[in-house]
Design a protein around this ligand. Structure first.
Ligand code: AN7
Length: 357
């Protein structure tokens, strides 16, 4: 193998594999852990890191669990996979489905999927059903379909998805050499916070028993765990986490309570502020849902949590290119049109009052 393999090759000894589990991989995982240059020092952190899950093969963290869920589906003889999705799960399922010859059906809330994610599902050749409803409606439909029909469900209610996703925690400990003090993570259907918590617990022998405090952040208009009740009409610019009744709700609360953590809300304005700061001050372009983790870390002082001298990891779950429309609407910069003539070109270059040219 030489270089690091994918999740199943790198961490197979921590996964429930059998002698007949095939290796399914697009070389997912082993994503960059990048140290903050501006936000972390401003908050007084010992170190703030961003884990760039948007560097996975389909551009989101979903690939970590999808490879293993697809491996188990193949092991079980499945020929069809199905998922409900706010976009990233569908892109990931479609990719692994295509690669391993499975027919893939993705079920999405009509009109609410970021264009990059829809483009991926189309390119990978999935069948796409658009439900006139929200994500929670779509999840209800696919759960029933997988009970009635010969379809393997690859949402994070599939325990093998969580198993694969827990490897993100292993990578953080392997790279830092310890557990961070805080793990900040966006919460939608709550599979990922569940998976990271499991991963840190399974890796305690490498950290002298230390585990991070789990800090989950929901969008304020789609914050059922914070509100303590399902949200019937979730609303947020962060379409990936526009989920009103998370499947792993109970496990997210367990992660919060067992780790002395928090699950809090961040507003769309706070999310967009973090999204732009990440891009313009850190050089990191993630999708809006991912920026919720950084909007959250920026709120921690006001929530009474001191970051001084602490080590913090924010999971940036998906790539900014997934959602070009939001970038165009909320981060637009006016184009300056120029003629292919150097004198004019130079005059335009010098005309910027903010530049010292
Ligand atoms: C970028 O693709 O639910 O709390 O159907 O795409 O584990 O749900 C996506 C979720 C965070 C939330 N960031 O993770 C789907 C889907 C991004 C996401 C989340 C999602 P969970």
């Amino acid at each position: 193998m030489g270089m690091l393999g994918g999740v199943m090759e790198r961490y197979g000894s921590y996964l429930p594999m059998t002698s007949s589990t095939p290796i399914v991989t697009l070389k997912e995982g082993s994503t960059p852990l990048v140290r903050s240059r501006v936000i972390g020092p401003e908050l007084g952190c010992e170190a703030l890191y961003f884990k760039l899950e948007g560097s996975n093969p389909t551009g989101s963290f979903k690939d970590r669990g999808m490879c293993f869920a697809v491996a188990k589906a193949i092991e079980g003889g499945a020929q069809h996979i199905i998922c409900a999705s706010t976009g990233n799960t569908s892109a990931s399922a479609a990719a692994y489905g295509a690669r391993y010859g499975l027919s893939t059906v993705v079920v999405v809330p009509a009109g609410e999927i970021a264009i990059g994610k829809l483009a991926q599902a189309m390119a990978y050749g999935a069948r796409i059903l658009a439900v006139n409803g929200n994500f929670d409606d779509a999840l209800r439909l696919v759960r029933e379909a997988s009970e009635q029909l010969e379809l393997a469900l690859v949402n994070s209610v599939n325990p093998f998805r969580i198993e694969g996703q827990k490897t993100g925690a292993f990578e953080i400990v392997d790279e830092i050499g310890d557990a961070p003090d805080f793990l900040c993570i966006p919460v939608g259907n709550a599979g990922n916070i569940t998976a990271y918590w499991r991963g840190f617990n399974e890796y305690k022998d490498k950290t002298d028993g230390r585990v991070p405090r789990m800090m989950g952040f929901q969008a304020a208009g789609a914050a059922p765990i914070v509100d303590g009740a399902p949200v019937l009409k979730p609303r947020t610019i962060a379409s990936a986490i526009k989920i009103g009744n998370p499947a792993s709700w109970r496990y997210a609360e367990e992660a919060r309570d067992e780790s002395d953590g928090m699950i809090e809300a961040v507003t769309d304005d706070q999310i967009m502020d973090a999204y732009l700061r990440l891009a313009r001050q850190e050089g990191i372009f993630c999708e809006p849902a991912s920026a919720a983790s950084v909007a959250g870390v920026l709120r921690m002082p006001e929530l009474g949590v001191s970051l001084a001298g602490r080590t913090v990891v924010c999971i940036l779950t998906g790539n900014g290119l997934k959602d070009p429309s939001t970038a165009e609407q909320r981060a637009s910069v006016e184009l300056e049109y120029v003629e292919p003539d150097f004198a004019q070109f130079e005059a335009v270059l010098r005309s910027d009052p903010k530049s010292s040219l």
